[in-house]
Design a protein around this ligand. Structure first.
Ligand code: GBH
Length: 495
């Protein structure tokens, strides 16, 4: 690993390697708009925002969003302004396959992504594609979505269409963005579409099927595409840092259980040497299920073949990291539904008052959380390659371009990346979330994550760089973090 040891010849700056991929991310449903144009089918977020009243904070939807469907040339121009090495975006399943099934294929959907990819490649920007960032075709949800075991085949069919059409130019594939959010927020609660809210079973059924769907796509890529296309395929999991509230044994165990329930449920079957769901937490669910009178654990086990199929199904680990929580075995507990994953886990959690707060209730700047989270993963899963596929900070919708808290957040996180590199952890990229403001799911447009502000009131959806855009550009260009750098201009140029 050729990295960030202190290089005296360059002013003592700790440097990011030349081949480190600096980028930004977005997701299809959050930015594209054009929800019903050129043959796109309806997805579960279209459905939720158009038909369910009172769920989205500002009553908004993503019918137009940042209108990236029409503004993709401007988006690529922004990538060039920032000097990005890479751009992570997701494909809209229903834009490519309007019914979710692999027939019919929508040529306009394929054309849109071809245009975007080709425009990026003209300027040497590496595309990183997420196949699924939360926008399931509604037709598949009508059949149960991720709680129907057939999702495994539907997803593989879709993945094959993507590999076949774009794989000659795209070398970085992420199957799923954040299984925990898909399964827990979508199926185990009513935090996100499709609002299934099956607390007892939703998260667990979805988890098993999603992991098998991931493995099917991964093996399809391995067996039928990787040899001639030469890319890599992984998955992105959201990994908060969970720290014991005290160093007492019960709190230490509570934090470990939390890790297993929150991200271990998805990471352990893929990345651990043994495979299968995490041990302590599986036992916990089995015991509670039994006590509750169920004949089987509510967490369905993998059979031997399935376990083997999922284990090792990765070329890299994509980490979305934002914040941290303190975990207690006894304190800070609040009401939870019974049975539910929260009740299975049965821990309390909180964020200390002195952690700087963002516009999102859950997002605080916790000291060294990125370092701690990825170091923990590295110890559990040695030799794994990591990409930080999301990391970012929210401000409110007021049009303020001087986003000093976002600047502080990204600088602190990137210092942590340098620490990880120095410690020998194989981190190969960092994608700031997000390149531009976007539709923030249940929060609508009330929270803004963009390095660029988007004016959602202007028909053109005008994009304007915030201070953080200039600072990020400076880091990407110089491959080091200058804590004192102050942008001298508000005019962004392409260098
Ligand atoms: C990311 O998830 C998403 O991948 C991305 O699409 C999104 O834009 C970004 O977050 C910012 O919102 O409100 O208490 O119910 C990060 C993981 C999942 C953490 C949802 C916060 C909501 C907590 N997030 N979760 S709460």
């Amino acid at each position: 690993l050729t990295v960030a040891s202190r290089d005296v010849s360059v002013n003592h700056w700790r440097r990011f390697p030349e081949d480190f991929l600096f980028g930004c991310g977005t997701a299809a449903h959050q930015v594209e708009g054009a929800w019903h144009l050129d043959g796109k089918g309806e997805n579960i977020w279209d459905h939720l925002t158009h038909f369910t009243i009172g769920k989205i904070k500002d009553k908004s939807n993503a019918k137009i969003a940042a209108d990236s469907y029409h503004n993709y040339m401007r988006d690529v121009e922004i990538m060039r302004e920032l000097g990005l090495d890479a751009y992570r975006f997701s494909l809209s399943w229903a834009r490519i396959l309007p019914t979710g099934f692999n027939n019919p294929v929508n040529p306009a959907g394929i054309a849109y992504y071809n245009n975007l990819i080709d425009e990026m490649l003209t300027y040497n920007i590496t595309p990183i594609i997420t196949l699924y960032h939360w926008d399931l075709p509604q037709k598949l949800q009508d059949l149960g979505g991720f709680v129907n075991p057939l999702i495994v085949n539907w997803f593989e069919d879709y993945a094959r269409i993507a590999f076949m059409n774009f794989g000659n130019r795209v070398k970085h594939w992420i199957t799923f963005n954040e299984p925990r959010e898909i399964c827990h927020d979508g199926y185990g609660s009513a935090n996100k579409a499709p609002l299934l809210n099956s607390a007892a079973f939703g998260t667990y059924l979805c988890a098993k099927h999603l992991l098998l769907a991931h493995a099917n796509a991964y093996h399809a890529y391995k067996n039928d595409f990787q040899r001639h296309q030469g890319g890599q395929c992984g998955i992105t999991i959201s990994v908060h840092w969970f720290e014991p509230a005290t160093n007492q044994t019960e709190d230490v165990f509570a934090a470990e259980l939390t890790k297993q329930a929150e991200w271990g449920l998805y990471a352990e079957p893929i990345f651990s040497a043994k495979g299968g769901f995490p041990k302590d937490f599986s036992k916990r669910v089995a015991k509670k299920s039994k006590d509750q009178g169920y004949s089987k654990s509510r967490l369905p086990e993998f059979n031997k073949q399935e376990k083997h199929w999922v284990r090792g199904s990765y070329d890299f680990f994509g980490v979305n990291h934002y914040t941290a929580w303190k975990i207690s075995a006894t304190e800070y507990k609040y009401y939870v539904e019974v049975p539910s994953i929260r009740h299975d886990l049965d821990v309390g959690f909180y964020q200390p008052k002195d952690w700087p707060s963002s516009a999102s209730s859950w997002l605080k700047r916790a000291p060294n959380s990125l370092f701690n989270a990825i170091m923990d993963l590295h110890k559990r899963y040695p030799n794994v390659i990591f990409y930080i596929t999301e990391n970012g900070w929210s401000t409110t919708a007021t049009h303020v371009l001087t986003d000093d808290k976002r600047v502080a957040y990204h600088r602190a996180a990137l210092e942590n990346v340098l620490d990880l590199l120095e410690a020998g952890v194989n981190v190969k990229g960092y994608m700031a979330w997000s390149m531009i403001d976007s539709f923030e799911w249940m929060e609508g447009y009330t929270e803004r994550f963009g390095l660029y502000h988007v004016d959602f009131n202007s028909p053109a959806r005008t994009r304007t760089p915030r201070k953080s855009a200039f600072v990020y550009k400076h880091i990407v260009k110089n491959r080091h973090i200058d804590p004192n750098y102050e942008p001298k201009t508000k005019i962004m140029t392409i260098d």
